[in-house]
Design a protein around this ligand. Sequence first.
Ligand code: NAP
Length: 300
Amino acid sequence: MTNGLIINGTTRVCGLIGQPVEHTFSPLIQNTAFAALNLNYVYLPFQVFPEHLGVTLAAVRALNLAGINVTIPHKEAVLTHLDEVDQEARLMGAVNTVVNRAGRLVGYNTDGRGFLEAVTSRTEFEAEGSKVLLLGAGGAARAVAIVLALAGAKQIIIANRSKVRAWGLVRVLSEHTPVRAGYMHWKPANRVFAKDLCKIAEYADLIVQCTPVGMYPAVDHAPEFPFRVLQPRQLVCDLVYNPVRTKFLIAAEAAGAQVVDGLEMLVRQGAIAFELWTGRKAPVEVMREALELSLNRERR
Ligand code: NAP
């Protein structure tokens, strides 16, 4: 029995593959959603080492799993084991959701869409014509940047420590989308950088914190940022979801900006995966409630 549902001969199996998988919230939010809609599905975590990725994907077909989520370290490597990859996921170079369509494995990346749904469901933000500042250029920043660019953002500036990573993202954006993409070398102690960051922060409609800075247990940390230039028309997001209210978000809100937390994105990206596997509208409120409860319990 799981969440009140009986596993029987027709139960559809979904899961998460990654390494490690112990700290994931996905089984909680997906099983809660299946139970809420009384769907005969179950979601399980599977620890998979890189050398077993190929046989794992073959097993998804052989065992007729409904689909899987993919996390670190397999998000990029999994692409070569799929029959089809959605355009957004291909541009991101990473897949976090696989759907088994009668033996054909189709890859998606729900992080970017999850982010966009999170901000548009909570605020009046419109991607079309927007000017965006991203802090960080890792996998999450890439997903957010590509979705915003495909949704019509006018300009995206990426501030990051590593030039190579940031330029890689600028190149993908410039070659495959109409957005004007640019890079700033993240050097908080440098006066020229601080001045340039002020100018861009003041001008941006949306600022997204895409680094792990401020994540539990380092909750007293926040990227250095000129919060004083923020205005109420601006939207500031943090992708970190533990804690939900990061030091960065608290400072942005205190300066008068609108804010959206990373928990909403986490819920929405899971909701999109749920909809891809089941074809049903995800019970987003129920999923969010389960996640909030669990995060609160963890902190006690
Ligand atoms: P990642 O691929 O490892 O990228 C991390 C990025 O942060 C890189 O650009 C890195 O810069 C930068 N960075 C790391 N430490 C830094 C520091 N001390 N100062 C300045 N920059 C720093 O990680 P990711 O997958 O993109 O994840 C980033 C964050 O987003 C994590 O906290 C993750 O939990 C969160 N996330 C949330 C959701 C959600 O649903 N809410 C989804 C995905 C990710 P360099 O390139 O210079 O190393």
